[in-house]
Design a protein around this ligand. Sequence first.
Ligand code: G
Ligand code: G
Ligand code: MN
Ligand code: NA
Length: 254
Amino acid sequence: LKLEEALRRALVRSEFQLYYQPQIDLQTGLMTGVEALIRWNCPERGLVSPTVFIPVAEETNLISMIGWWVLEEACRQQASWRAAGIPPIKVAVNVSGRQFLNTALVECISDLLRQYEVEPSLLEIELTESTVMAEPEKAIEQLTRLREIGIQVSVDDFGTGYSSLSYLKRLPLSTIKVDRSFVRDVNSQSDNAAIVSAILGLADALDMSIVAEGVETEGEETHLRDAGCIKVQGFRYAQPMPAEKLRDWMISYR
Ligand code: G
Ligand code: G
Ligand code: MN
Ligand code: NA
């Protein structure tokens, strides 16, 4: 069976699941939210990485259906946490380029928030740098509409694409996520330290906040904290995990 066919079936057969990876505030030590990451448990292939199936979904029209599923599942999870009496958790969802430029996106998100009674401030969207910069004028328009309904938007994998700084200034983004390739060994790699420092300065000048991705070691954490980076995400704190495991993790963390 072609991967495309298997993907099409996966939606109908509920083979997708969202995992959640905590983001931590180094000043308070508290979790500030989670990033939702899709997982596909294919009966024939086993666990398939999104790095494999997202590009295939993007080439076909499947990405829009998968993308809507992810947004709805994130909202459904919020409602389920609320029903269980769990304090609100901000969820960041990855949105692909095609879905981002879809003119129905803002309306669709508004509908989901209403349907599941989720506060807009509890949903964040992550766009890659290349998604944002592919059509900057359209991106500005779409981002403005998202901000108007109270959705925060962060730019993912920052530093790996080619951001035009003049556009970056005009884009209503709330957060820059420093790509993990720059976080790796930042305490001993002077190139990475210089890049992270430059991104921190840029974010400060543009009034955006920073999340350092892929933090794995104490040394990286110490360096980031000293450099003024407050929010972090990475295996040092937690792997992406299903919602049930996240509950246990939150109870045992600290
Ligand atoms: O979680 P993991 O490291 O396997 O993710 C690999 C890549 O897949 C990352 O770049 C991540 O942004 C992307 N990805 C994970 N979940 C989603 C999703 O729900 N939608 C989109 N568009 N990309 C995702
Ligand atoms: O591109 P994006 O930032 O959405 O990708 C997130 C991916 O990064 C997730 O699939 C997650 O599994 C992975 N990831 C998260 N933390 C770490 C980490 O500390 N080290 C490494 N190598 N990967 C990580
Ligand atoms: Mn991401
Ligand atoms: Na990234």
